[in-house]
Design a protein around this ligand. Structure first.
Ligand code: GDD
Length: 359
């Protein structure tokens, strides 16, 4: 049971993309700090209440100090009117078309949401003459680094290799530009991959943990995956939303990398997830014919499906978060093993609820 500090409400926050993984954790974090929180959700999430607001329900966010506003950051009038009516002290722009592979299929929508979205917020704050009172957090991404050699930090070059990465880079530069030219208080959080029990199931980590948890109920068909060689720096979303808030409390607006500083290949993640429930994978074959076989039973647990390959892949992300450590005193508290355990435990619970008809 969460308690709000009630009468002590000092700040108001507006979170766009509040129904997503980071939005839900951030809303919970800010409510626990005594904030009044306003969350922007798209109409389709709003009407599909059961699914769309699932994460907010799980974290007990819905309550007297939390209000939902439906709308869309890509609609300039809508976001301006929400900012005008809620008068936030802090705006966290987390709304995004966040799936990298999907951005290859719908590049224009990626741009509308990821680049126009932040532009609409910056312009709204400027035109409403709110630049003196509002601080803005822009969710930038390590996907902006693209092909640049690891480790990456705030000084690294950026050569994105997906429509998602390019749109995020445009958003990053717009935020920086409005800070430098109009004096808006805007910071960019350049976040490396961050996972949790609330991660969407179309991202590779949760796709894998869900499959592993389902195995307990009997073997079905193999899990289909794409490129196993990509290397990612996987941290925990709960640490990263705390980092977002710390950036917004800094004396000066600035850009910060948040990362765990440790990287693993997708293959190593798969091995770790299976072995945490006692399965040992033997990899056989290569390329599209490669199979991950249960060393004990010979069941095929993983196969490769070309459909999950991207037209261009980002090979190696490894973040250097020294600046956030030095200036903000931020450091991750949840290690890889705990994150994996929490994800699998959560999936086991959800699967058993679904089995009871409660899912
Ligand atoms: N989604 C997915 N599904 N990815 C797969 C699969 C699969 O079946 N098989 C292999 N992969 C590989 C992808 O090719 C990629 O190299 C890696 O697994 C991670 O993919 P995702 O989990 O989809 O995350 P991402 O790295 O593309 O993007 C995430 O991190 C970014 C920060 O670096 C997202 O959260 C982005 O929104 C975020 O900005």
């Amino acid at each position: 049971m969460h308690k709000h500090k009630g009468a002590m409400v000092q700040k108001k926050a507006l979170i766009t993309g509040v129904a997503g993984q980071d939005g839900a954790y951030l809303a919970r974090f800010l409510l626990d700090k005594g904030y009044e929180v306003h969350g922007l959700v798209r109409w389709d999430s709003y009407v599909a209440k059961r699914d769309g607001l699932r994460r907010l329900n799980l974290l007990e966010v819905l309550g007297p100090y939390f209000s939902i506003h439906y709308g869309d950051v890509s609609d300039a009038h809508n976001i301006a009117s929400v900012i005008k009516s809620t008068k936030p002290d802090e705006i966290y722009n987390l709304a995004a078309l966040s799936h990298v592979q999907v951005s290859f299929d719908v590049p224009a929508s990626s741009f509308d949401i990821n680049a126009h979205g932040i532009l609409n917020i910056l312009e709204a704050v400027r035109c409403l003459d709110m630049e003196e009172r509002v601080r803005i957090y822009q969710a930038s991404s390590s996907e902006m680094f693209g092909k640049v050699p690891a480790p990456q930090n705030e000084m690294s070059a950026m050569q994105p290799c997906s429509p998602y990465g390019v749109s995020k880079l445009a958003g990053y530069h717009l935020a920086r530009l409005y800070r430098e030219s109009y004096g808006l208080w805007v910071c960019n959080g350049i976040l490396f991959n961050h996972e949790s029990p609330l991660r969407g199931e179309d991202f590779v980590t949760h796709k894998v943990t869900r499959y592993v948890a389902e195995l307990e109920h009997g073997y079905q068909k193999p899990l289909s995956l794409g490129n196993l060689e990509a290397i990612r720096d996987w941290g925990d979303a709960r640490d990263y939303v705390r980092g977002m808030w710390m950036m917004m409390q800094a004396e000066e607006p600035d850009d910060f990398v948040l990362a765990s500083g440790q990287a693993l290949s997708v293959r190593a993640f798969v091995d770790a997830a299976f072995s945490s429930l006692g399965y040992q994978i033997e990899w056989r074959g290569s390329g599209l014919d490669e199979l991950g076989v249960d060393a004990e039973t010979g069941n095929v647990l993983v196969k490769i499906d070309e459909a999950f390959y991207r037209p261009l892949e980002l090979d190696h992300l490894l973040g250097d978060a020294s600046k956030a450590k030095d200036i903000l005193a931020w450091k991750p508290e949840i290690g890889f093993e705990q994150m994996l355990r929490d994800m699998i435990e959560h999936d086991r619970k959800i699967i058993s609820l679904e089995g009871n008809g409660d899912g």
